[in-house]
Ligand binder design. Structure first.
Ligand code: FAD
Ligand code: SF4
Length: 558
């Protein structure tokens, strides 16, 4: 390892606003800033950095998109060619049993669940398009750069971020490829890392942004993209299920969307407050595809991509304080997903717009490095608040009463909030424990036997990972940091029977026998950046940090 004295100083670049993450939230913030500056005829420099090799490479979503956010950003998005090709024409909701299925009548569903006017698309492709719009407006978009460190001034305000060094070898030594990271400094720094961002996590802890809030809740979403025979394709069909193969006490459900050119997005979300350490979200997803409601749609088709990503589920009561001196959290870094609607991209864009308006006004008034309170005021009293408040009890009801009763009660609660807008039933339920605290010791939970994959409809994890086009430079330090290896053995292995080997959707973690003792092996090169280990490790002993920029999945339009 090079000594401090040998490490060259970092070069710094100055901007008005630095944005971390080229998802819908970060790109919307950058675009709106430039639109405001251009309209006012003023100069404003904005940079967006993205850890994926290109914009969209790390984006994984459903996605049924409510265009409210996009319309606010570009009222003429259709004319501009935004890739929202397929309008929703048919919306179905099912409760699955092992062999049967009950369709829930649409008229029973609260109106907010209606997908009329929404579009099925690849959010990755939408982000690519947003990235092009941002560049055209003069935003500097830098894919392939991971923000590894937050920069602070002497008063403790955030003044930007530093990208990670490239070319550091596995043991921390400088290799021939060595390149020092850059400092990107700004009057304001917008953190748009999506669910469980690595810098967001540090900022939330440093500034106590989650004080007095309910813990953030998460799910893991796994997705495959299929090309199906034309006769099985029903463009515009949106189908959701609850129930099988999950038991009543395990939250989650599926989505299946027909769009584009014979494409079907099929995915499964497992809520990460599951209790059985033997459960494998990946295997549940594979099993789900064998149901009679699903298998015929995929028969004769081929899976063309795979990936996984955490989704925030805490909603209204888990929103952290949104600002800190010098910056703000936007999009899923703050957790704006409407869980019953399984939608967050619209709120991500709306929050990006709101932070841009606040930052533009602040910079225009000569301010810098203070708190953008106008942004949090706008979120907590505007359309994002309205969207999230009315569904705030859905997730706690599901967690407390299980899928069957919880769905009925949350439906009634959402109806009440629709009929009595702004009042509803007047209460806000709590989430209780964070997700890492929900696992039972392995000896208290039933083992689950999963069927072997057939290689046609169901696949083993490693084969599927190859369809995420994941690629990391092999000669770099492991980016999954285990804080205390002894604790990992005594607790994660001995008490919980190694759940990381099952919750990781990319087979990164394994316990292997080494001279008679279990050894924790981390195949970091497979990591698809879903962040589940950072969330679900029962001791919070695994810390996800950014690997070299440009590594990770290369999702082809997920
Ligand atoms: C399985 C699943 C299904 C979903 N279905 C839907 C749906 O149908 N409709 C819908 O509206 N929403 C859906 N969502 C939610 C939606 O995807 C999110 O709400 C939305 O993507 C959040 O946008 P964001 O910009 O905040 O974060 P993200 O989309 O996660 O983007 C964050 C970006 O920041 C980058 N990044 C992170 N950290 C760093 C760093 N340190 N340095 C540089 N770059 C970084 C990431 O690589 C990524 O590109 C779904 C989510 C999942 C997981
Ligand atoms: S190592 Fe962690 S972040 Fe990477 S794929 Fe596995 S669970 Fe997800």
């Amino acid at each position: 390892m090079a000594s401090e004295a040998e490490i060259p100083a970092r070069d710094a670049m100055e901007f008005d606003v630095v944005v971390v993450g080229a998802g819908p939230a970060g790109l919307a913030a950058a675009i709106k800033l430039k639109q405001l500056a251009n309209a006012a005829g003023s100069e404003l420099s904005v940079v967006v950095i993205e850890k994926g090799s290109e914009v969209g490479a790390h984006i994984l979503s459903g996605a049924v998109i409510d265009p409210i956010g996009l319309t606010a950003l570009f009222p003429d998005w259709k004319e501009k060619g935004a890739p929202l090709e397929t309008e929703v024409t048919d919306d179905r909701f099912y409760y699955l049993g092992p062999a049967g299925v009950i369709r829930l009548p649409n008229m029973m569903m609260p109106p907010l669940m209606n997908n009329h006017g929404n579009y099925i698309a690849s959010l990755g492709n939408v982000c690519k398009w947003l990235g092009e719009q941002a560049s055209e407006l003069g935003v500097e978009v830098f894919p392939g750069f991971a923000a590894a460190e937050v920069l602070y001034d002497e008063k403790g305000a955030v003044v930007g971020v530093a990208t990670g060094d490239m070319g550091v070898g596995r043991n921390g030594e400088m290799t021939d490829r060595y390149q020092r990271g850059m400092e990107l400094r700004g009057k304001y720094t917008v953190i748009a890392e999506g669910a469980r961002g690595s810098l967001s996590k540090q900022l939330i802890a440093k500034f106590g942004l989650d004080k007095g809030r309910q813990p953030q809740k998460y799910g893991i979403g796994l997705k495959e993209l299929w090309e199906v025979p034309a006769e099985s394709h029903k463009p515009g069909l949106v189908q959701h299920t609850l129930g099988w193969p999950l038991d009543n006490g395990t939250g989650g459900g599926s989505f299946l969307y027909h769009y584009g050119d014979n494409l079907v997005s099929v995915g499964f979300v497992v809520h990460l407050n599951y209790t059985n350490p033997w459960l494998s979200p990946y295997q549940e997803f594979q099993r789900f595809k064998t149901h009679d409601l699903i298998a015929p749609t995929l028969a004769g088709g081929k899976r063309i991509a795979y990936g996984a990503r955490a989704i925030t589920e805490g909603g209204w009561q888990s929103i952290p304080k949104l600002t800190f001196p010098g910056g703000a959290l936007v999009g899923c870094a703050a957790g704006f997903v409407n869980v019953p609607r399984i939608k967050g991209s619209h709120n991500a864009i709306l929050s990006g717009i709101a932070v841009a308006e606040a930052a533009f006004a602040a910079i225009g008034a000569g301010r810098a490095q203070d708190e953008l309170t106008a942004y949090s005021d706008s979120v907590m009293s505007g359309p994002i608040a309205r969207d999230l408040k009315r569904v705030r009890n859905a997730k706690p009801l599901l967690s407390k009463f299980g899928t069957a009763l919880g769905t009925a009660l949350s439906g009634a609660d959402m109806w009440a909030n629709t009929i009595l807008p702004g009042i509803g039933l007047g209460y806000t339920l709590k989430h209780g424990k964070p997700d890492h605290a929900s696992l039972k010791p392995a000896h208290l939970a039933p083992r689950i036997d999963y069927p072997k994959p057939d290689g046609v409809l169901t696949f083993d994890r490693l084969t599927n990972v190859s369809f995420s086009a994941t690629n990391h430079e092999e000669d770099q330090p492991v980016h999954l940091k285990v804080k205390d290896m002894a604790l990992q053995k005594e607790s994660e292995h001995d008490v919980f029977a190694g759940p990381s080997g099952r919750y990781c959707p990319a087979a990164v973690y394994e316990w292997v026998e080494d001279g008679g003792t279990p050894k924790f092996v981390i195949n970091a090169q497979n990591c698809v950046h879903c962040k589940t280990c950072d969330i679900k490790d029962p001791n919070q002993n695994i810390n996800w940090t950014v690997p070299e920029g440009g590594g990770g999945p290369n999702y082809p339009g997920l």
